[in-house]
Design a protein around this ligand. Sequence first.
Ligand code: ADP
Ligand code: ZN
Length: 816
Amino acid sequence: MSSQITYVDVILPLALPQAYTYAVPIDLVPFVKIGQRVIVQFGKNRFYSAIIKNINHKKPAVDAKLIETIAEEEAIVTETQLKFWKWMSEYYMCTEGEVMNAALPSGLKLSSETKIRYNENYEGDFDTLNEEEFLIVQALRAQQEIKIPQVQDLLKKKNVYPSLKTLFNLSIAVSSEEVVEKFKPRTVTYIKLNEKYEDDEELEKIYAELGRAPKQVELLLAFSQLGKKSKFIRKNELLALSKSTAAVLAALVKRNVFTEFKMEVSRLGNLQTAELDSPELSAEQKTALAEINQHFETKNVVLLHGVTGSGKTNIYIENIKEAIAEGKQVLYLLPEIALTAQIINRLRKIFNTQVGIYHSKFNQNERVEIWNKVLHGEYKILIGARSGLFLPFKNLGLVIVDEEHDNSMKQADPAPRYNGRDSSIVLATLFNAKVILGTATPSVETYYNTERGKFGLVKLDKRYGGIEMPEFVIANIKDDTKWQRMQGSFTSTLVNEVSQALSKKEQVILFLNRRGFANYQVCKTCSYVYKCKNCDVSLTYHKFSHQLKCHYCGYFEKMIDKCKSCVAIDLDIVGMGTEKIEDEIAELFPTAKVSRLDYDALKTKHGHAKVISEFENREVDILVGTQMVTKGLDFDHVSLVGIINADQLIHHPGFRSHERAFQLMMQVAGRAGRKNKKGRVVLQTSDPAHTVIYNVMNSDFKRMYETEIGMRRQFQYPPFARVIEVKLKHTKVQNIEQASLYLANEMRKTNTGKVLGPAIPFVSKINNYYIREILIKSTVDSKKLLQTKHALQQVLDKMKTLPDIKSVSVSVDVDP
Ligand code: ADP
Ligand code: ZN
């Protein structure tokens, strides 16, 4: 009979090299299916959610444990997704478990390690809970957080998952990893007039009765007026519109005039906006749309190369409509920080509730809800950052990758270190879906693919509504320094331009890609530079908090007035950051209102949205920001953009530095002069003759591309080679040296690619870990690339068996 036993191979959310086999208890056999989530024991006392990869009857070599339970009857991962996970793990050299980890929202990854907390924002009651669920709630409320084994002790049974699931679904419990943010309440309180008073006579009676309480009369009147459209009204709305107070309302509830009740709203928001027609396309846009569709007859991927403000979004909208009309789903990827209310509202106005958003701002319960809605086809369009491509699409028809060149499309850490653009093209292939890559500044790789005919190319050279491209002005930092015309970080040219813009009541954006106040603090006497104690970097001075901070590990110390080394008191702050620019500009233009948008502003709750909306509403005249100001924002009254330090963008390590510098400057320039008229861009630089500056000045993408592609061909970089970057980390210098030399040498012996390094990176130590980098260059030939990867994997496996070396942590980044 043993041949009758059913086994499942499952993927665990861990970096395990292979799938693990479990046996299925006889009573669960009829229910197991591929893609289903099961709970399994792994290791001595640990439990994980795992995904069934396949089902068979082959007895494994080692005795298989039984699965504990099935998490839900339905398969939450589709077979296409499993294929996609497999591809991703192979291409990016990681495990399927790591892909699973990135793909599933934490709410679906419940394990014995998960810390569970009571959701303090929960507003509902516990009436629907059974005894066990209620027991858990009591425990949650009594303790800060608990783990699943404690719940098992509490209920005196092993399978506590169904109860926990209920609590998660109701948002009573949350996993502690997430910050519990009051994003949208799950229940909303409504006010209803007691049925008795629908009768006019009764109503009059009560008015008479209330005569001595004028405020209650007022509220009741307000309700009668507002309530004409519906029988009930949101409590907050009623209070706001009637300008009444909760106490007055409570009095009427007590008198039984009103009843209060709660209604569940989807956490994803219920939009009441009426469907709007999308705007009529201009002649150029119509042509572009037709060209896209024409390319789609022979090609799967089209690059829409349109300058900022050319109306790419409106073209996407037409393509989305077509896909939906065919009953297909659409994935719309954007850089995370471009996922602003602006773009979401534009799409929601047209597609209403068919639009879902997958965003890091949503908590895990919400993400699970979105996951299920995609799985069940309730959402037709999904807007998301790169991780949106992990959603369980049923029948994807179109993928849009907006800002395809953006480096946030690439995940740096942890594994899978995937590129969202490239991966979404693979995903689309699995569905036989089409892909539109949109940008004003294509990546060199993508443009090259259009040149060799792999992708279609469609261009939009004009901004919508005849708005002209901005005019570029050079401001020479070297000259101004020589003639002592600099005012802090500002050239006389930029100061003049700002002053003119402000006098015309126009807005200004100042762009600097470095946050904080200054780069570092240095002692004028002994030249001591304040460095991080964990990393090989200098600390950045943050004026607002009066701290010196490390941007790599978060270490900070209080700023002191004496040098730590020689006790001199003459300290100098060198370099600049957004905070300093904010300070300087406020001093130069004391009457202007200045605000700042950078990573520090993001961290404060609603900070980001608030800064943007204040700028939109023209409550702020000058916005100082990092590259966050370059993305997805559409301001109508910005006439001037100042790039504070172009040199700093250009002179960056890495083979993509010139491409990136060009892209960033063009993107930020695109914020100037949108609706009303031609904008101006001031470029501050010490090197006006630099080729990147020249290309930006002329908005010459083609020339930038030609120069870059020439270099890449000559020095064999992508798209002419494939690069694999290996990073090694260890706390001891000796181990890191030994391991990196070993790896480089062994790789050289395999003869499967050119090996560069080991090199000591620019920042050689982070968080007390020494770092070394090795670059392996393979060819674009997929068979040869595979050979390189296999060779590398073998070397890595071997390293795990060697003393001194095996403790070194290694990360592999394919297509860095
Ligand atoms: P892009 O994404 O190419 O930068 P957008 O799609 O954001 O450009 O369009 C820029 C601006 O022009 C937006 O304010 C948009 O509403 C407007 N616009 C573009 N095309 C049209 C159109 N056909 N009708 C009306 N407004 C348009
Ligand atoms: Zn540090």
